[in-house]
Design a protein around this ligand. Structure first.
Ligand code: UD1
Ligand code: CA
Length: 454
């Protein structure tokens, strides 16, 4: 059995933030989220996080247990507290990770656990890194690790060592339980260092196994907002690369902002300055961007979304959106819908083939197949107190600059004249015009009031 302890109680002073460090986001997810995902990916099913007050209040959202460390007395103290909260299991192993290392992938955790073989007490990830560095130094005697020395306690000779302790370990649980009881805090920071367990094990003739990690960028912790931005760039690059390898064209990954857990179909092309977030799903052969934001958007195949914002909405196949459209709040567009310039749609359902091409607001509306919404149409859905629905049938022609005063229903095949203020229901097939709109005589195709903009 392998369990994990994630150290995350540090306040992260250098972030200069009211928010605890591991809750700061990298590509739309808290740093801690990535660490927990990597541990799960490495096959570790049970994780406990050492928290501070703020993190403790939110830890349940991550689907893991937390244990509160009131006072941050050091990494050794943090691990001791976590072990006290875990029932001892004979023969179990424990991985210790840091909550501020979102770039470490599951392979690092797999490697460190795989190295803890036979009678080894401990394995740890070591990494060569350019100097100067704040990481603890790996002090070796011959080939073997002797101890780890923290920067604040190191001699000049030790500071010249370029092999670092990454801060990722696996332990034989019983040995770790013994060792943390023996830790002292007689050092420059007056902290209980987890890293002192190395010298402790070595002094007792126990085996400590180093595992070299070849890319130090994967095990960099994030301590300030400069490092946060660097991590975001690295993560975004990985996300873009993954989608490009899966058949998505990203014209410029440096200015395309992705998050984990997105679905993007083959042969979709993403133009610059586009951000795609939350659980967005995009089909095949779409064109997205430039200058577009999709957040929790579900988009079918062969859809074009240019210079537009789509949040919490669904778009069918072969639809065209933008430029400069805003779809939001559970809007649903069926196949072949065309939404054009400066159109805002909120919580509305547009059936197949509906067109709203220019300067329109549709809110709380349901619109039937193939209806055309003229330029400048506004659903007046808010009466100052309530949001009211507008129901428009199939094949309806709404003339330019119509104000549709909700609640309102307009029947199939009906039409409104340009500039109408429609405040009473319109039966199927009827044509209305004026302020307020009144029925026009039937079969009067010559009426210039009905001219719309195509
Ligand atoms: C630690 C290691 C160092 C290693 C580096 C890698 C120790 C003593 N040193 O140094 O050898 O190179 O990580 O990043 O372990 N934390 C708690 N409770 C505490 C103290 C820390 O939860 O009482 C957490 C922090 O939130 C952080 C992690 O433990 O996530 C590391 O602690 P930090 O104080 O940053 O240790 P470093 O000085 O970075
Ligand atoms: Ca640190």
């Amino acid at each position: 059995m392998i369990r994990a302890i994630v150290l995350a109680a540090g306040k992260g002073t250098r972030m200069k933030s009211a928010r605890t460090k591991v809750l700061h986001e990298v590509c739309g997810r808290p740093m801690l989220w990535y660490v927990l995902r990597a541990l799960r990916g490495a096959g570790i099913v049970e994780t406990i996080v050492v928290t501070n007050d703020e993190l403790h209040a939110e830890i349940a959202n991550f689907g893991v247990r937390g244990v509160l460390q009131d006072e941050q007395l050091g990494t050794g103290h943090a691990v001791k507290i976590a072990l006290e909260a875990l029932d001892p299991v004979a023969g179990a192993r424990v991985v210790v990770a840091c909550g501020d290392m979102p770039l470490a992938g599951e392979d690092v955790y797999r490697d460190v656990t795989a190295a803890l073989d036979g009678d080894a007490a401990m394995s740890l990830i070591t990494v060569k890194m350019p100097l100067p560095s704040n990481f603890g130094r790996i002090v070796r005697r011959g080939r073997d690790i002797e101890r780890i020395v923290e920067v604040r306690d190191a001699s000049d000779g030790e500071l010249a060592i370029d092999e670092m302790n990454a801060g990722i370990y696996a332990f034989d649980e019983a040995s770790l339980r013994d060792a943390v009881m023996r830790l002292g805090n007689d050092n420059a920071q007056k902290e209980y260092y987890l890293t002192d367990t190395v010298a402790d094990f070595v002094g007792r003739g126990r085996r400590v196994v180093p595992v070299a990690c070849t890319d130090h960028r994967h095990v960099l912790g994030i301590n300030d907002r400069v490092e946060l931005a660097r991590a975001r760039r690295e993560m975004n690059e990985r996300l873009c690369a993954q989608h490009m390898r899966d058949g998505v064209t990203i014209v410029n990954p440096e200015v395309t902002y992705l998050e984990p857990e997105l679905t993007i179909g083959r042969d979709t092309v993403i133009y610059p300055n586009t951000a795609i977030s939350l659980l967005s799903e995009i089909g095949e052969g779409c064109v997205v961007g430039p200058n577009t934001r999709l957040s929790n958007a579900r988009i079918g195949d062969r859809v074009t979304v240019r210079e537009s914002v789509v949040t919490d909405s669904t778009i069918g196949n072969d639809a065209g959106i933008g430029p400069y459209a805003h779809l939001r709040n559970e809007t649903v567009l069926e196949n072949d819908v065309k939404i054009g310039n400066f159109v805002e749609i909120k919580k509305s359902k547009l059936a197949r083939g509906v067109k709203a091409s220019h300067l329109t607001y549709l809110g709380d509306a349901v619109i039937g197949e193939d209806s055309n919404i003229g330029a400048g149409t506004i659903t007046c859905n808010y009466d100052g107190k309530d949001k009211n629905p507008t129901v428009i049938g199939k094949n309806v022609f709404i003339g330019s600059n119509s104000s549709l005063v909700a609640p309102l229903s307009i029947g199939d095949g009906a039409a409104t004249g340009a500039g109408s203020v429609v405040n009473r229901d319109v039966p199927p097939g009827e044509r209305v015009a004026g302020v307020p709109a009144r029925p026009l005589p039937r079969r009067n195709p010559g009426s210039e009031l009905l001219d719309g903009v195509e």
